[in-house]
Write a protein that binds this ligand. Structure first.
Ligand code: GUN
Length: 290
């Protein structure tokens, strides 16, 4: 991958810098953990199929684990693998005490029910926060392991000393991975939250009201300047791959002059998501070693 240019514009959220700071802290704490317990935290990843972006994301997660001193175990399956086989592996990983975190890369092939798979991951090893117990805890305001991308958004806000309390938040996209948990986590922080999606009418009239706009649809360039409020904070969580390049959901050049802050693609929420996964794996190792 080509290196990203250094971020000098104060309006641009430097996700790579935030991620590096998180990773540096995790690396130090991993060293302490190893001294205390004589073992390293360990993450197992499960990837089913040949979806090229998923292969890349999993690779990036293993590289990050290596950087911070976390062991990572890579389980890859062909597209046609039966759901029962994946569940069998999860059962085994749940029972292995030296594995602290389990991550199933999404999306899974259509013949596998993601919700059933997520239910099978032991909640204390659910470093992605997708198990319904962890999702439910988040819903009642008792956040444990929460999905990593929304947590990255919360972290970026606090890095920029922004308290979302009372702010108008509009989330575009209602996935379980980003949209829904981002909305709940901001609601937990007393923001006024609206979730829009593919069936919402007159999207522009909604997004124009947002003090914080989170866009996670996978539609390249969906959000233009006329959809954004002057002085808004914009998180672009969309990813579209075209001709080996990655594009966000926000027309960055168009929107930049209007915003207070914006997370770019690439170099925004992506690196933060991975760093938070490392933080969660360390946390899981600590909880399981108590
Ligand atoms: N696919 C897209 N984002 C994510 C993520 O944060 N975790 C997993 N497991 N799969 C994803």
């Amino acid at each position: 991958m080509e290196p990203l240019p250094e971020v000098t514009d104060p309006r641009i959220i430097d996700g790579r810098k935030i991620a590096q700071d998180i990773e540096a802290k995790v690396k130090n704490e991993v060293e302490v953990f190893v001294k205390e317990h004589g073992t390293k935290p360990a993450l197992a990843t499960i990837l089913v199929g040949e979806h090229p972006p998923s292969k890349l994301y999993v690779k990036l997660k293993h590289w990050a684990a290596k950087r911070v001193g976390i062991i990572s175990e890579d389980h890859k399956f062909p597209h046609e693998t039966e759901q029962e086989e994946i569940i069998g592996l999860i059962d085994t990983l749940n029972r292995r005490p030296e594995i602290h975190g389990i991550l199933v890369q999404l999306p899974l092939p259509k013949h596998i029910d993601e919700r059933i798979v997520m239910m099978k991951i032991a909640p204390i090893k659910d470093v992605d926060g997708f198990n319904p117990l962890n999702m439910g805890k988040m819903l009642i305001g008792s956040e444990g392991f929460v999905p990593c991308t929304p947590k990255g958004i919360i972290r970026a806000l606090s890095e920029h000393n922004i308290d979302p309390k009372g702010m108008e938040v509009v989330v575009v996209g209602h996935s379980n991975v980003v949209g829904k948990p981002a909305a709940i986590m901001l609601l937990n922080r007393n923001a006024t939250v609206k979730i829009c999606h593919v069936f919402s009418k007159d999207l522009k009239s909604q997004t124009q009201k947002a003090d914080i706009l989170i866009v996670a649809t996978g539609v390249r360039g969906l959000v233009k300047a006329d959809m954004v409020k002057e002085g808004a904070i914009v998180f672009d969580v969309g990813i579209t791959w075209q001709d080996e390049k990655v594009y966000g959901d926000v027309d960055f050049e168009d929107v930049l002059p209007k915003v207070k802050l914006i997370s770019p693609v690439p170099g925004g929420v992506g690196p933060m998501t991975i760093a938070i996964l490392m933080e969660h794996t360390l946390e899981a190792a600590k909880i399981q070693s108590e």
